[in-house]
Design a protein around this ligand. Structure first.
Ligand SMILES: *[C@@H]1O[C@H](CO)[C@@H](O)[C@H](O)[C@H]1NC(C)=O
Ligand SMILES: *[C@@H]1O[C@H](CO)[C@@H](O)[C@H](O)[C@H]1NC(C)=O
Length: 231
């Protein structure tokens, strides 16, 4: 209810500022979001998927193109990730409830760190371990921010059955964020990314977290802007 009121207020303000009649629909809402994201906790959701912390959020204030499936894949490639190794899926997909009215939904996509510039590189990651993340889209009717919630972790190699290393959630997050900050580019697209740490979304510690791995409770908010470089 509170959320609905906030949303209505937001809607009214957008309409008011734009000076257009209230009846004018503004669609799609996420294409002109004025919030970074909505807290899943306000909508009965959770900052844990089936046991992994959602420890990075790509802000809805990022360039809208980044928040699409193709867009996040290209950005991921710019910071050293690729699509999963030859579609080999190790482990079940995870699901998350972002409090947006969609309930528990499966990840949109899973990306792994790649070593070198080929699909074989991603296979190598599958064999020797590395950083990986799953993506969840906050796009349900109750909280359609368009923000992307990421569950990032650093894994052991295949022999260790892809278990997350000790501190693997914090380490995975920090590695991804470090690779993302500042200017990056892939396939002709240049990104400028800023980061801000948020507390109070995730509880620090290991309650509800897979393998009892404790985390520091920090979620890093990334704002990714596509930069035009007039070359
Ligand atoms: C999630 O994926 C699993 C495995 O592919 C499938 O069985 C399940 O129905 C999916 N759940 C949703 C909510 O789509
Ligand atoms: C966020 O917190 C991590 C862990 O404490 C730290 O390494 C990182 O520098 C912080 N990042 C920002 C942008 O404050």
């Amino acid at each position: 209810m509170l959320q609905f009121m906030l949303l209505s207020l937001l809607f009214f303000q957008v309409v008011h500022i734009a000076g257009v009649p209230l009846q004018t629909p503004i669609i799609p809402m996420y294409a002109c979001s004025s919030v970074d994201f909505y807290s899943p906790l306000l909508g009965g959701g959770s900052m844990l998927d089936n046991g992994e912390p959602l420890n990075v959020i790509i802000s809805a204030l990022s360039t809208p193109e980044v928040l699409t499936e193709d867009g996040i894949i290209n950005f991921a490639k710019a910071i050293g990730f690729s699509e999963e190794c030859l579609d080999i899926h190790l482990g079940a997909p995870q699901s998350a409830n972002l409090g947006d009215g969609n309930g528990w939904v499966n990840q949109t996509i899973e990306l792994r760190q790649y070593y070198g510039n080929s699909e074989i590189g991603t296979c190598l990651e599958t064999l020797i371990g590395g950083n990986h993340f799953r993506v969840f889209d906050q796009n349900g009717p109750d909280a359609p921010s368009g923000a992307l919630f990421l569950a990032v972790s650093q894994e052991e190699d295949l022999e260790e059955a892809h278990t997350v290393i000790p501190d693997g959630y914090d380490i995975g997050r920090d590695k991804l964020v470090k690779a993302a900050i500042g200017t990056t580019h892939f396939d002709g697209v240049t990104y400028f990314t800023t980061a801000r740490n948020l507390t109070g979304l995730l509880a620090a510690g290991s309650i509800g977290v897979n393998h009892g791995i404790a985390t520091d409770g920090i979620t890093t908010l990334l704002t990714v802007t596509i930069v035009d470089d007039f070359q």
